[in-house]
Design a protein around this ligand. Structure first.
Ligand SMILES: Nc1ncnc2c1ncn2[C@@H]1O[C@H](COP(=O)(O)OP(=O)(O)O)[C@@H](O)[C@H]1O
Ligand SMILES: Cc1ncc(COP(=O)(O)O)c(N)n1
Length: 310
C-alpha cells in the first residue's frame, strides 16, 4: 500500500444555503445493494444529500444471508477517513457495520479529531436481518465506547438490549423504558424502533438524554422485504438533520419516506429472500408517470430486448 503524508486540512468552505448536505457513511458493503453503504448512499441521495462512504468491511451477502466477511486492515479505514477529512467539509456522519473492536478504535480516534459540532448517528449493526452476526463480542464493548461521541443511536430491539446488558424487550412500553435508560446512561438521543414487534402499528420514538419521549406513529407494511431498513433509516436521519436542525422532525420525515420505500420494495423483484426497500419509489413515480401514478404497479419495466441495442 502506498501512503503519503496528509496535506494540511484546507479551510473547508461552509455549505452554501440550499446545497446538499455532505454526509459520510462509515459502513460495510452489501453487494446486493439493499443494506450497508449501498443503502446509505441511496438513502442520502433520496434525502437530497451528497453521499460519501468509507468502507469498514466487505461482505459477500445477498437477500438470503451473509456468506463471508472480509475486514481490511483497520489502518486502511484510517487512510480513507484521513484522505476525506483532509479535503472535504463533512456535514454529518452515519456509522453502520463496524465488524470488530480494532475498526471501532480507528473510527473513535478519527471522530475525536473532527469538529465536535459534526452530528454523528450510530446504527449499532450487530446482526443482519438474515440472522448472521456482523459484529464480534469484543466489538460490542467497543461500540458502547463510541456512544460518547455520538448524538443519536438507532438500535433495533436486540441491539438495544445488548447495549444495556438486559434481555430483549417484548413490548413497546418495555422497549421505550430501555431507550430511556440508555439515553440517560450514555447522554445522547436514542431512537427506539418498533419494527421487531408484532402488530399493525410500528411506532418509533425519539428519547432525549433528559428522558423526554416523543413518538412517531407508523403503520406496518406487510412485507418480508425489510433488508437494510435500519441502514436506510439512520442514513436518512443524518441527512435530514443537517437541514432540519431538529432530531424529531428529521426522524418523522425519514420514517414517512421509509414507509413508502418499504411499500414499494416488493416491486423491485430483487432476490429470493428478504429483499431491499425501494429508496427511490417517489422519484420513480414522478419520472414514469408525471407523478400521478400510485407507487408500485404504476408502470411496467420495458419489454426484454426492447432497450437500447448493445
Ligand atoms: N414492516 C414494517 N413496516 C413499517 N415500518 C417498518 C417495518 N419494519 C421496520 N420498519 C421501520 O424501519 C426502521 C428500521 O427498523 P428495524 O427493522 O427495527 O431496524 P433494523 O433494520 O436495525 O432491524 C424503523 O423506522 C422501523 O419502524
Ligand atoms: C454491510 C451490512 N451492513 C448492515 C447490515 C444490516 O442490515 P439490516 O438493516 O437489514 O439489519 C447488513 N445486512 N449488511
Amino acid at each position: 500500500m502506498t501512503t503519503r503524508a496528509a496535506t494540511p486540512p484546507p479551510t473547508a468552505p461552509p455549505r452554501s444555503p440550499g446545497a446538499p448536505p455532505r454526509v459520510l457513511a462509515v459502513a460495510g458493503s452489501d453487494p446486493s445493494g439493499g443494506a450497508g453503504v449501498q443503502a446509505d448512499l441511496k438513502s442520502i441521495a433520496a434525502a437530497d444529500g451528497y453521499g460519501m462512504a468509507a468502507l469498514t468491511a466487505l461482505t459477500a451477502q445477498n437477500t438470503c444471508g451473509v456468506r463471508d466477511v472480509h475486514v481490511p486492515p483497520p489502518e486502511f479505514l484510517a487512510a480513507q477517513l484521513e484522505a476525506l477529512s483532509d479535503d472535504v467539509a463533512i456535514d454529518a456522519v452515519k456509522i453502520g457495520m463496524l465488524a470488530g473492536a480494532d475498526v471501532a478504535a480507528v473510527l473513535d480516534a478519527w471522530l475525536r479529531r473532527i469538529p465536535a459540532t459534526v452530528p454523528v448517528v450510530l446504527d449499532p449493526v450487530m446482526i443482519a436481518t438474515s440472522g448472521d452476526r456482523l459484529l464480534d463480542a469484543a466489538g460490542e464493548t467497543a461500540v458502547r465506547g463510541l456512544l460518547s461521541r455520538c448524538d443519536v443511536v438507532t438500535p433495533n430491539l436486540p441491539e438495544l438490549a445488548v447495549l444495556l446488558g438486559e434481555p430483549t424487550a417484548r413490548d413497546w412500553q418495555a422497549a421505550v423504558g430501555q431507550g430511556v435508560r440508555l439515553a440517560a446512561r450514555a447522554r445522547l438521543h436514542v431512537v427506539v424502533k418498533g419494527g421487531h414487534l408484532p402488530g399493525d402499528r410500528v411506532p418509533d420514538a425519539l428519547v432525549g438524554p433528559d428522558g423526554t419521549v416523543r413518538e412517531v406513529e407508523g403503520r406496518r407494511v406487510d412485507t418480508p422485504h425489510t433488508h437494510g431498513t435500519g441502514c436506510s433509516l439512520s442514513a436518512g436521519l443524518a441527512t435530514r438533520f443537517v437541514r432540519e436542525g431538529d432530531w424529531y422532525r428529521a426522524l418523522a420525515g425519514t420514517k414517512a419516506w421509509l414507509t413508502a420505500a418499504l411499500a414499494a420494495g416488493a416491486d423491485l423483484g430483487v432476490g429470493q429472500g428478504h429483499g431491499p426497500v425501494d429508496h427511490f419509489a417517489a422519484v420513480r413515480t414522478a419520472v414514469h408517470d408525471g407523478g400521478t401514478a400510485p407507487v408500485g404497479g404504476g408502470w411496467q419495466p420495458a419489454r426484454a430486448g426492447a432497450g437500447v441495442p448493445g
